[in-house]
Each structure stands twice: as C-alpha cells, then as structure tokens.
Ligand binder design. Sequence first.
Ligand code: NAD
Ligand code: MN
Length: 368
Amino acid sequence: MKTYRIATIPGDGIGKEVIPAGRQVLESVAASETESKTAFRFEFEDFGWGGDYYRQHGVMMPEDGLNALRDKDAILFGSAGDPHIPDHITLWGLRLKICQGLDQYANVRPTRILPGIDAPLKRCRPEDLNWVIVRENTEGEYSGVGGRVHQGHPLEVATDLSIMTRAGVERIQRYAFRLAQSRPRKLLTVITKSNAQRHAMVMWDEIAAQVAKDFPDVTWDKELVDAATARMVNSPASLDTIVASNLHADILSDLAAALAGSLGIAPTGNINPERIYPSMFEPIHGSAFDIMGKGLANPVGTFWSVVMLLEHLGEFDAAQRVMSAIEFVTANPTLHTRDLGGTATTAQVTEAVCKQIAATSKASLTTA
Ligand code: NAD
Ligand code: MN
C-alpha cells in the first residue's frame, strides 16, 4: 500500500487544536478505502516547535530542523504566534524559515462561499465568488532584508527593503498563468502598485506581458492593489485567479477570507512547484489568543487545507470526498462554530466530517 510521510507542526494557540483535528480527517479518509486497489496510508511525525519550544531552547525550531522535513511528502502546519513572544520572532523563526528554506515560493489561497455560510456581501451570490489568490512567498516586501541603527535615539533609521528578482517574479507569474489555464474561466488578474512603486512593480507588469505570450488561451488584466480591494467587494464575479506580491496578496487574501464568511474557513498551500522540497498546507488564520484552549476553534480551514494536501499528493478522489464532507457539514447550521454564529465545538465539527467521510467511502456505498 502506498505510504505518505506527513509532518505535522501544530505550533501555537489554536494550531494545537485544529492540527490534531486535521490529522483525524486524514486518518479517516485513508481508513475509509483500505480495501480498494488505490488505498493509501499515512505515516505521521509530529514536531512540537513554536512558543513552548522557544521558552525551553531560545529558538522556535532547531537549527537543523529543516533536515527533518526534507524527506516528507507534505507538511500540515497550524499557526505560529504566542502571546508572550514578539510576533516577528515567532513568524520568522518558524513559518517563514520553513517557507523560504524549502523554497515554497507559491502561496495558493482558494476562496469560495461554502454551502450554509452567511457571507457578508449582500449582493454576492455564492457562485459569484470563486477565487484563487497566488501570493509570491519567498521575496518581495517580506524578504527580511533591512535593519535598524541608532535604536531608540531621535536619529534612529529603520528599513525593510523589498527585493524583487526577475527570476522570482517570473516563476510566480508562470505558476499563476498555469493555474488560471487549468480553471474553467481561464482568467487571471495581475495585481501591482506600479503607479506609485515605479521600479519593481513596473518590472512585474512587464514580466506579466512577456509570460502572457506563452498562455494565449488565458485572458488577463491588470489592477492596482487599492482598486483591487474595491473590485473584490463591488464586482467579485469579475475575478477568478489573482496573482500579487507577498505583502499585497497577504492583505487581499484576508479580505477574501472575510468576504467568504470567516477567517476560520480559509485554507492555503505553500507550494514548491518543482517538488524538490515538500509543500506545506495550513489554515490562513493565526493562533487566535482570544479563543485558544476552549475548543471553539473552527477546524474547517484546516480541513480544506487537508483537501489541498491530498490534491498535491495526487489523491484527487480522496480530496473530493473530504471537500464534499466539509460542505455537507457547513450546510448544517447546528454544526457551525461560534465564528459562524453557531455553538458547535471543534470536536463536534471534526466528528461530523469524519463520520461523513466514512459514510461516503466506496465500500459503504456499495454495501448500502
Ligand atoms: P488570528 O487569525 O489569530 O485571529 C483573528 C480573529 O479571528 C480572532 O478573533 C480569532 O478568534 C478569529 N479566528 C481566527 N481563526 C479562527 C478559527 N479557526 N475559528 C474561530 N475563530 C477564529 O489573527 P491575529 O489575532 O491577528 O493573530 C494572533 C497571533 O497569530 C499573532 O501572534 C499572529 O502573529 C499569529 N498569526 C500567525 C499566522 C500563521 O502562523 N500563519 C497567521 C496569522 C496570525
Ligand atoms: Mn496574513
């Protein structure tokens, strides 16, 4: 039987609640097909990196930690962020270290309004909002280049330098054009701020025009990032696949998640398209200090990330069954967590999704 080696990194806060739930879903989908020829199993290794590890060792993860991840087929990640440690330390010490170290340069964020979810846009029908945002994930505004001198003095200077390389911009645009080409509408919007940022963002536009020549069947347009926020709200159906820089897409994708109903639902994949290194899948939300440890976290963002993980492994049938189970559960308001206006707990939602996966396995359908 095919075995996939999965690293789980719950991290901090509600990451410790939703990642075990995600693992349960992966185990359910594997267990539901053990009789079939295409059956597969998972071998999990759990890494206790994050804030607690930092308190013991002074670092978020071990120096050689990336080596333990390299031979995995995929990584399931929770969240980095601890109420007692500065955010730039937790983020750079764990999540960005993995994304940059494993060259996961494409951050892919699908957004849809799932059945049963009351989304905030009044005039937006569920079919009007079906986006995938592609975020450059290794350079740009978050390249980490910069510094501070004369700290605390009136003369203090601080810089965060945005680094955009032709190679980096071209590979993310190529990825986005290819993704747009694979979707029914074959529609791509390239987002920049090339009026105010007149060097690197102008290069983005030029590279987009060059790459577009290799994708004659993809319809594409350009939008400035500020105008893009208004377009997402006012005419969501005019967008399909979107590509933007690290910072711009970071902000746009939180807006997208909110427009689809809750931050607790949205998934993401940090992809190394060449598959030289494993890719990492995670809900887009953070540690949610206000609800951690209470069993209130919505695990759907993690489950949808599990769907992306299964698709990445090529297990499309299993991915589809998990997605259908998620939609079956979101359609039932009694299974909504508090962020969606309901009273269900993380455990209840998880159990309902696992039960639905079991109920829709090939074995159960043929014996029914
Ligand atoms: P957050 O996503 O943790 O929380 C924002 C709000 O959304 C909170 O009210 C929270 O309760 C709610 N929420 C988020 N996920 C939810 C879920 N699954 N179910 C129900 N409600 C949910 O963002 P924040 O408050 O800005 O950040 C908290 C910490 O998390 C910070 O340390 C931040 O740096 C970190 N963070 C990490 C990541 C990551 O690791 N990828 C992403 C974002 C924030
Ligand atoms: Mn973000």
